[in-house]
Design a protein around this ligand. Structure first.
Ligand code: SF4
Ligand code: SF4
Length: 322
């Protein structure tokens, strides 16, 4: 239970790009209500606070923590556990925290492959001794320690219990505002809820054809065509993740002539987002055209169907044969 008086809030970014922090600021004048009703106890992006400040808080001292970003390194896992201990409500805010997000595509590689690429092979890197990060390095002044780098990217819920999920990359100002308002009124839905409408992006899209979708015989990438601004992009052969993606964004990308890329995560009745999209695509292929011919035309199948949800999907990383 959240007690009377000012709410105590915390914000934290794990493996993130910073967009989710900015999304909090996007609620504009809603921030004034928030600041009036809440004290921000911990937000490393915006204030000078230390991990020790959190460690010293009594358990469940923070009312609500907004946790954005996926779990990539040991320190992020430690902070997830610490903030879980100190918070009454823990919200996975944004797609990285909710389903793994774009950092989750790193699950197509392992730790050493990532290090090799980032620290040795890139064209702009000169590293003749092949030095890669280590958790401990002894130097004359003493021992330097770095947090360990996991082999896998994980979602927040794969590390600690999560109370609510706010999808989006980043979440829209409207969805953030509705969470803040529900929180201030004490009207949050049952724990475990995804705080977004239970419908797909197609349900919110003005391009959604009234009747049956026209069948397709080939795939186009968005930069190869200038799509008719009123036609469904999928009907034009452009992979648009709308049928397999939870709405709440108002179909902003299709409205701007760009396909949905799936940041809202899966729809409630089809939790395996990539498989749901493959199934939607297969259902509109022209008779006589083989599915494998269509698949061959999709240049980056995992990046297309699992751009955001790889760590939370059934096969959540590249399978390695030992
Ligand atoms: S969900 Fe999107 S905006 Fe938020 S941290 Fe991840 S990549 Fe950035
Ligand atoms: S597939 Fe894309 S363009 Fe077509 S209705 Fe759904 S969201 Fe809109």
């Amino acid at each position: 239970m959240i007690e009377e008086g000012n709410l105590k809030l915390a914000f934290y970014s794990a493996a993130a790009c910073g967009g989710c922090d900015v999304a909090i600021l996007d609620i504009n004048e809603g921030l004034l209500d928030l600041i009036e009703a809440a004290d921000i106890e911990f937000w490393p992006t915006a204030m000078d606070v230390k991990i020790d400040d959190v460690k010293e808080m009594p358990d469940k001292y923070i009312d609500v923590t907004f946790f954005n970003g996926a779990i990539r390194i040991e320190e992020q896992e430690y902070m997830a556990k610490l903030l879980r201990e100190k918070s009454k409500i823990l919200i996975a805010y944004g797609s990285c925290s909710y389903i793994g997000g774009i950092p989750g595509l790193a699950n197509l590689f392992n730790r050493m492959e990532i290090f090799r690429r980032a620290y040795i092979e890139t064209a702009s890197t000169s590293n003749p001794d092949g030095v890669v990060p280590k958790t401990q390095v002894d130097i004359p002044e003493g021992r330097l320690e770095l947090p360990g780098f996991h082999d896998d990217v994980k979602t927040l819920a794969q590390v600690v219990e999560v109370d609510y999920y706010v999808p989006g990359c980043p979440p829209t100002a409207e969805s953030t505002l509705s969470v803040v308002e529900a929180m201030l009124r004490g009207e949050l839905p049952p724990r475990g809820s995804v705080l977004a409408p239970p419908k797909s992006v197609c349900d919110e899209c003005p391009r959604n054809p009234k009747g049956e979708k026209k069948r397709i015989s080939e795939i186009h990438r968005i930069h190869e065509v200038t799509p008719d601004s009123e036609r469904c992009l999928l009907e034009l052969g452009i992979p648009c993740m709308g049928p397999a993606t939870r709405g709440g964004c108002g179909a902003r990308c299709p409205k701007a002539n760009m396909p949905c890329i799936g940041c809202g995560g899966p729809c409630p009745d089809a939790p395996e987002q990539g498989a749901a999209m493959l199934s939607a695509l297969a259902s509109i292929i022209e008779r006589g055209v083989k599915m494998e011919d269509i698949e061959r035309q999709i240049k980056d199948p995992i990046g297309t169907f699992y751009m955001f949800s790889l760590p939370s999907s059934i096969i959540n990383r590249r399978v390695e044969r030992k």
